[in-house]
Write a protein that binds this ligand. Sequence first.
Ligand code: TMP
Ligand code: ZN
Length: 408
Amino acid sequence: MDEAFERRTECRVCLARELVEFLDLGEIPPANGFIDTPDVDESSFPLVVSVCENCKHVQLAYTVDRELLFSEYHYFSSRSAPIEDHFERYAEDVEQTYLDDTDDLVVEIGSNDGVLLQFFEGYDRLGIEPAENVAAVAQDRGIPTKTDFFSESVAEETYAEHGAADVIMANNVVGHIDDLQSLMRGVDTLLSDDGTFVIEVPYFVELYNGNEFDTVYHEHISYFSMQSFVALAERHDMVIGDVQRVPVHGGSVRIHMQRSSTAQRAQLVDDLLSLERAMGLDQVETYHSFAAEIEEYRTQIRSLLHELADDDATVVGYGAPAKGNILLNYCDIGTDVIDFIIDTTPAKQGTYTPGTNIPVRPPDALDEADVDYVFLLAWNYRDAILKKEADLRETTPFVIPIPHLDIV
Ligand code: TMP
Ligand code: ZN
């Protein structure tokens, strides 16, 4: 890519040139681009969502150069305890269903700091992770990790070195891949004949039902529905042999793709296709109405927080997830409203949020501040956080933006 970003003209799933833009979140910096000092020049890129008229795959209208987004990554999966528990159960499930021999090869695309592969000790395992700082953490834990973006050529290299993979997993990464055709060809190269490609991604139906517009960010190029997964699988002679809905990242699906020569489509796939049709997700008009609702919702969130600021309330953000940065930028909430944000991730502490330049501090910063309201940016951990912060809640209301604007 010559430019830092590029307009997409073909659907990433079905290659039709029928992309219709429906939601424009504005020009904003990358959501993970925490900065070391405030008020520096930050690059902003258009964040616009399209739907394909042909296969109804929802995707970004522009792709930002991935080197800009992923060469250094601040997201360490293992730093979130609920996520680590989730992966432990996930690993047990995959192991029981698909693995029986310690020679079996398990590959993970976008393996982050090894949070999932750590639970496959004893098997032949390999992580493929492009962010050097994150891959280094996995290697230090003894998890073999190739520092690269997964592609057809990396798949060929891996096949030559390790043989065919019995399971390939990709968690919260398939949505980050611009070239889905190369991904699928790579999987075809590396996967054994009766192997399984397990994909976990946020489910578009949840984004739609839960107003989760803040999960739209530059790194997150695709927003999968069952319609789009079926179109992608069919194009590459695969079927979805199993699917589960999983309660992480605001509601995800775990898709088990297998070669169509060895497996059959699961009943739940048809059920979810029916559900999507019943919601109108097979009609472009539905996406335009959704965008209009999000714009109205933005006005509500913005007004509430600016009213609190006008009353001189001290508002502190809770959690600095990437999605929080989209919400803050889109709803135009900066240091005029929020004094600082607390986050448990050491790599984020001492930095400033991209675009809005709000300082990120360790959780104990709360003890020294006289806080009137907490604004829960990490709303996907609502239950865990509200429980953990029972003492604080006795004196301080929590404002929760998503799925509905709520003060508890
Ligand atoms: P995630 O939704 O991408 O996992 O990000 C959640 C962010 O919120 C992450 O930076 C860690 C932070 N966080 C806290 O600061 N305190 C908490 O109790 C939890 C659960 C998360
Ligand atoms: Zn398409």
